[in-house]
Design a binder for this molecule. Structure first.
Ligand SMILES: Nc1nc2c(ncn2[C@@H]2O[C@H](COP(=O)(O)OP(=O)(O)OP(=O)(O)O)[C@@H](O)[C@H]2O)c(=O)[nH]1
Length: 164
């Protein structure tokens, strides 16, 4: 066995906690199932409590590991939501596309907006990719020329005076 055959390239996975929030039946589970398993079902069961999924994605030079919490939209589970969005790097607010006001709301609040379809898979991978790209930990390393040291103003040498 040659040395080169036993050298393994090890790349660190960047974990990203992401939460899906939105009304009951908005399509949260369908979006994540399309992303993670490539599946879509017409009659998706309503989520009870929350469900966890993970999926990796290559972004820039990094491998991002999404740790996804799919929350339940039913009113009775609303009090649980903070448990899932606490410490999350990003949240996807899922809404029914027939709700025309959502894009204007996103623009008004400076939020990233993208239309997706779990049914046709349109923009599903893209939305996760775009989120990962925007996170500081996944930004490409800047080609910096090094650290610039600022000159400090010369400290005045204390003069000793004596003997008036
Ligand atoms: N046409 C179409 N239907 C969708 C899409 N996404 C979800 N649906 C349908 O909408 C219904 C509800 O979707 P879910 O993914 O269960 O919604 P949810 O937000 O997870 O619902 P809760 O778990 O109850 O909060 C399902 O029957 C899906 O088939 C989509 O992109 N296009």
């Amino acid at each position: 066995m040659t040395l080169s055959s036993i050298i393994l390239l090890w790349k660190e996975e960047v974990p990203i906690k992401l939460v899906l929030l939105g009304d009951v039946g908005a399509g949260k589970s369908s979006l994540v199932l399309r992303f993670v398993k490539g599946q879509f079902v017409e009659f998706q069961e309503s989520t009870i409590g929350a469900a966890f999924f993970s999926q990796t994605l290559a972004v820039n030079d990094a491998t991002v590991k999404f740790e996804i919490w799919d929350t339940a939209g039913q009113e009775r589970y609303h009090s649980l939501a903070p448990m899932y969005y606490r410490g999350a790097a990003a949240a996807i607010i899922v809404y029914d596309i027939t709700n025309q006001e959502a894009q204007a709301y996103a623009q008004e609040h400076g939020l990233f907006f993208m239309e997706t379809s779990a049914k046709t898979a349109a923009n599903v991978n893209d939305v996760f990719y775009e989120i990962a790209k925007r996170l500081p930990r996944v930004q490409p390393v800047q080609n910096s020329a090094g650290m610039v040291l600022m000159d400090r103003p010369a400290e005045r040498v204390a003069s000793t005076s004596c003997c008036s």
